[in-house]
Write a protein that binds this ligand. Structure first.
Ligand code: 5AD
Ligand code: SF4
Length: 516
């Protein structure tokens, strides 16, 4: 940027309305060329698809830059998180970085000095919610020009999103992606002092940074990342482009993190990855998720879960280890996406209906009581009525106890988004309704079976609806509401189930069995 542009930018920044008026008249190229050249590198989905041969470097030496220490003293931050558990966990890392800079958390937008929107790109409606929220922040920014607004997460990895923010929401101060979260302190500094929109999005995945600070939400359950990225490239999915190639953390780093959590008193860990079953495939030595779980199960932590599984990589070694039980819970979330082999083929899922059923059979043989849940997409381009019926029959045949169901949403840059689609939206909505009715029916039936039984519940806190009621989850991930002294929060306690609802269970605390 030359001196003239710098003066102009500063002048514009001192008058936010003039800034907005001016920027609104420019198209994205002008904006990028004129004001954002210094920092703007557009994300590129094609580049994001290229997979590097080079090994990923692992760093253990992260430190807050000297000149940034204390810059958050007396200031507050707010992070809004959209989407999956991976994003939830990334937000914990960002909260850790901001806390290390001296910032305090707040829930009030009007109190915040930094607001970050950690976004999700998986479906269009997720993106629309974020754009709605960006719109709501505009008057707050006008009131408080020193507020720093940042957009990060998966949407930032999309070129079209970055351009739209540049064009329509120029009051946003910074955009950064999923691969450079550790650069938050530097980006924040640039946004504070240069007073121009800072855009730093890397199309290529970065290295693994091991020792980033984290402020976890709560001290009962914890997320533990075991790998990053996805190499599956299902034809509908944006994740491999926004999250980069598969990169596994070393077993010893994961084991140490879980040990540390156990020592701190955490009761449950959930191992995270976009496709956890591909864990270790990028190592030069033979080691997979089964091997990792076999080591983790020896750690003194009551519950270990993992998500999300891909049926293709769910191998016999993993089943053999899961069958050992103990703290490895027998709830398996195994997204099937469709019950039709032909639809699965065009989705590039790399398994058939029969392969999936065979896998379920093996899992059930090893773990007779396993609870299976799934994800399903309806209305994939050109899905016929017959193919949809196959999804309905598979739902029954497997006996899924819960399912997240979605109408297919075209994602720019993915192969399926380029295909003709002859299925009207009305038909897709009807299919979703029919499927959801079946999901509810099956969930209710599975809940009913618990009436009269005593289950172990990890108590998480007061129920959202009634502070006199406590709530928590069973090993098989059923939500239970019951009355008990608050001192049981954070403990695993027996609860007798008195009433089954569609999505939760009501129960009575079984007293005198635990110290309260
Ligand atoms: N449209 C609808 N649903 C999708 N999912 C992923 N991509 C799309 C899309 N383009 C669903 C899949 C996945 C879950 C996390 O989101 O079911 O398992
Ligand atoms: Fe997306 Fe999951 Fe397929 Fe990866 S495995 S491309 S994250 S649906």
């Amino acid at each position: 940027m030359n001196e003239e542009q710098r003066l102009e930018t500063n002048q514009i920044k001192n008058d936010p309305q003039a800034n907005l008026d001016r920027l609104k008249k420019m198209d994205a190229d002008e904006l990028i060329g004129k004001y954002f050249q210094a920092t703007y590198q557009p994300p590129n989905l094609k580049k994001a698809k290229k997979r590097l041969k080079k090994d990923v470097d692992i760093h253990y030496d992260y430190a807050i830059p000297e000149d940034m220490k204390g810059i958050g003293q007396g200031k507050k931050f707010l992070i809004r998180t959209y989407g999956c558990q991976m994003n939830e966990h990334d937000s914990e890392v960002m909260a850790g970085l901001l806390t290390d800079l001296g910032y305090q958390p707040t829930e009030e937008t009007t109190e915040a000095d930094v607001i970050l929107l950690n976004t999700c790109a998986i479906r269009e409606n997720a993106e629309n919610r974020v754009f709605g929220e960006i719109g709501h922040l505009k008057p707050i920014k006008m009131e408080n020009p020193d507020l720093i607004i940042g957009v990060c997460g998966c949407m930032s990895q999309e070129e079209s999103v970055v351009n739209r923010i540049l064009q329509k929401h120029p009051f946003v101060d910074m955009i950064f992606g999923t691969h450079n979260i550790h650069r938050l302190p530097q980006l924040l500094k640039e946004a504070m002092f240069s007073k121009e929109m800072v855009v730093e999005v890397w199309s290529k995945e970065g290295d693994i940074i091991e020792n980033l600070p984290k402020v976890r939400k709560g001290n009962i359950k914890a997320w533990v990342n075991i790998m990053y990225g996805c190499d599956k490239f299902c034809t509908y999915c944006i994740v491999p482009y926004t999250r980069g190639k598969e990169r596994s953390r070393l077993p010893e780093d994961i084991i140490e993190e879980v040990r540390h959590l156990a020592a701190q008193g955490y009761q449950e860990v959930t191992l995270l990855g976009q496709n956890v079953n591909a864990y270790g495939k990028d190592f030069e030595f033979e080691y997979g998720l089964g091997d990792l779980l076999d080591e983790l199960r020896k750690i003194d932590i009551p519950r270990i879960r993992f998500t999300t599984s891909h049926p293709r990589d769910f191998d016999d070694r993993l089943i053999e280890v899961l069958a050992k039980g103990g703290n490895l819970l027998d709830h398996i979330h195994l997204p099937v996406q469709s019950g039709s082999s032909e639809v699965l083929r065009v989705m590039a899922r790399r398994y058939t209906r029969e392969d999936y059923l065979e896998l379920v059979r093996k899992i059930r043989a090893a773990m007779p009581n396993a609870t299976l849940t799934t994800d399903i997409i309806v209305g994939f381009p050109n899905e016929t009525d017959e193919q949809f019926e196959e999804t309905m029959t598979l739902m029954k045949e497997v006996g899924f106890e819960a399912a997240y169901t979605f109408i297919y949403s075209p994602r720019e840059g993915t192969p399926a988004a380029r295909w003709e689609d002859n299925i009207p939206m009305e038909v897709k909505k009807e299919r979703l309704q029919r499927l959801n009715a079946l999901v509810n029916e099956q969930s209710k039936a599975s809940m009913k079976a618990y009436e009269g039984q005593i289950v172990d519940v990890l108590v998480e806190g007061e129920s959202k609806k009634d502070p006199d009621v406590l709530s928590g989850y069973t090993e098989r991930n059923k939500l239970v509401n019951f009355k008990a002294p608050k001192s049981v929060i954070g403990k695993i306690v027996p609860v007798k189930i008195t009433k089954a609802k569609t999505w939760s269970l009501d129960g009575e605390f079984v007293e005198n069995t635990v110290e309260v």
